[in-house]
Write a new protein. Structure first.
Length: 283
């Protein structure tokens, strides 16, 4: 298939590319700057310059490439700014979907998150409502997710992947990532909040598998949701950082998510079923 990958220089985008190429797909990487052209070409990707916020350039990219599928991996994760990420989910998605529909793209695979669900005491499923009444600043994230998912559903076919918390190369949760640095400085404490993790390689492989999945919204998380009082000390020991302080508190929305739908209805299985296995492999 001919695939336009938006967010081709991001953490998941870079991880997706080799899997797409291995399967023989024709990959067009949407990039904002000419400085990435050579790197894209060297790995077998056809670069297309377009800024997700520039509607005309996005339309031009879709008209030029005429893809069968658009893979939406646009984020602003590296900036760590909630406003930036919400903006790209709203405006970037709007431009991408409108341009895709304009040229007759059949399907979109889009990145969303699995921690946008309303508060509760059980693992969230895809049928659990999103946290529309969330207070600020969380509300900014939820509003961005809702805007993204509603827009993507305007495509003839769509797969919305609600990913768990990313860990692995290039993420905050790597040996040299933001969380590791904060642990070494003893800036973090562990709580009873539950996190559902997903290794970036599993996230990427799920995106590629989704090319053949029927339309739907799916949690892509590992098999072991875990409390912060468990995983954060484990991570600290792994990287040789001081053990974090423990606080008997949590946010009511930190409930974790179920991957039953992905496994039973879509036949998906994570390579790193347990966060412990994935953490042990971190470099």
């Amino acid at each position: 298939m001919k695939i336009l990958l938006a967010g081709s220089t991001g953490v998941i985008g870079k991880m997706v590319i080799p899997f797409l190429l291995q399967e023989g797909h024709d990959v067009f990487g949407m990039i904002r700057s000419k400085k990435h052209v050579k790197a894209m070409e060297e790995i077998g990707v056809k670069p297309v310059i377009a800024d997700a916020f520039d509607r005309d350039s996005v339309y031009a990219a879709l008209i030029e490439t005429q893809p069968d599928v658009v893979m939406h991996q646009l984020t602003a994760l590296n900036s760590g700014d909630i406003d930036d990420n919400s903006k790209i989910r709203k405006e970037g998605t709007r431009n991408l979907v409108d341009a895709a529909n304009h040229v007759g793209v059949k399907k979109m695979v889009a990145q969303s998150i699995s921690w946008a669900y309303e508060p509760g005491n059980t693992l969230a499923t895809e049928e659990t409502p999103l946290d529309i009444n969330a207070p600020l600043p969380r509300k900014k994230t939820i509003d961005g997710v809702i805007a993204l998912e509603e827009k993507v559903k305007e495509m003839p076919e769509f797969i919305i992947l609600r990913y768990g918390t990313f860990y692995g190369p290039g993420t905050w949760y790597s040996r040299n990532g933001k969380i590791a640095k904060q642990l070494h400085k003893q800036e973090l404490y562990a709580t009873n909040g539950i996190t559902s993790f997903i290794h970036v390689k599993d996230a990427a492989k799920a995106a590629v598998s989704a090319l053949n999945w029927p339309s739907g919204t799916i949690n892509i998380v590992d098999d072991e949701p875990v409390k912060g009082t468990v995983w954060l000390p484990y991570f600290a020991r792994l990287i040789g950082a001081p053990l974090p302080y423990i606080k008997d508190i949590h946010n009511s929305w930190e409930r974790g998510a179920s991957n039953n739908k992905a496994k039973k209805q879509y036949g998906w299985e994570p390579m790193y079923a347990s966060w412990t296995k994935g953490f042990d492999m971190l470099h």
